[in-house]
Design a protein around this ligand. Sequence first.
Ligand code: G3P
Ligand code: CA
Length: 372
Amino acid sequence: MTADCSRALRTPSPGGHRKHSGFGVEEPIDTSVHAYLGGPVHRIGIVVGVVSLALAVSAPIAASAAHAPGLDPLGTTTEKPVIVQHADPQRPIIAVSHRGAAGHAPENTLAGLDAARRFGAQTVEIDVRQTRDGELVLLHDVTLTRTTDVEEVFPDRESHQVADYTLAEVRRLDAGSWFSPEFAGEPVPTLGEALDRMEELDLNLFLEIKEPDRYPGIEKEITAELFTRPIWLEHNPPWEPRRLVVQSFDWEATRSSKRMLPSVPHALLGRVPENRLADFTWAHMVNPNHTTVNADYVELLHEHGFETMPYTVNSRAGMDAVLRMGADGFITDYPDAGQRAIRDFLGDEGRDGAPDQAATPLLPVPLVPVLH
Ligand code: G3P
Ligand code: CA
């Protein structure tokens, strides 16, 4: 399928951004018909679904049970079927606001989340690491050096790695001044604080698990944190951006997270080699560095049923390029510029004779989860 074809199949949001709209905890049904339906993943899914009707019925039940507040999925050791919702043409193309809104405010801070909303983002990306005492915090780097004043506050400490500091120690740091005096005193937030702020701001989330091999069990801790706020396990309606995507460069940890959060879409960060794409049918997205992709690769991802939102695209030329490749969105430090580029791109598409997408009927698709 060509990129142009992909765009023509999209429909704009009929209701704008309406989060927490009661679409429920379960989202086992991909209600879309799209050009990827004939791809190998879906063909496998359809065959498996038809042959294994009982399993097809049990899959949503498993996902529902895993999501029910008060039920703990973490002790589960048996392999559960997972539900994969592949590329959906109803979903709007989005500019995911990177590290909060790293172009406008100190990255991975609450001020950054506020800025993301102010600059028009619907979805933000954040990085999560773990402190010495096991608390989940928003930090990109392995050390605290670049984005805090740790060297001033703890001049005698040999290590400035996040994993060597307790949350109480991290809380003494200023994570805003390095960016601008305007943000002096901005703290490093916990994941819980960030989830609460994003809920207040009606923001969706791409949650990156950063270097999980340094923090054994971090996927489990993140899952537990999400279970204390089950609103994050609900799903937005299909014409809105996804509420939550969990992603990592560590594909094993991503798989482990997917097992614990079976109906939450997961993304592989980095460029998955063409000959390995078939190994990751449990994943929803592949999000590579934008400099490593072209239209052929995007098309191949779509043929395998993956959405793709390359990172980190900050120039207008780069945004235009990934949109022309057929990407489903992109990750950017500048959500305002990103939204402008998307608006212009869709406008251009309209002038090129794309059908009135609002009038494109949505056809029902049978409930056929892809089981693994
Ligand atoms: O969301 C993907 C992107 O954030 C990955 O790169 O280094 O900015 O975390 P990085
Ligand atoms: Ca990141």
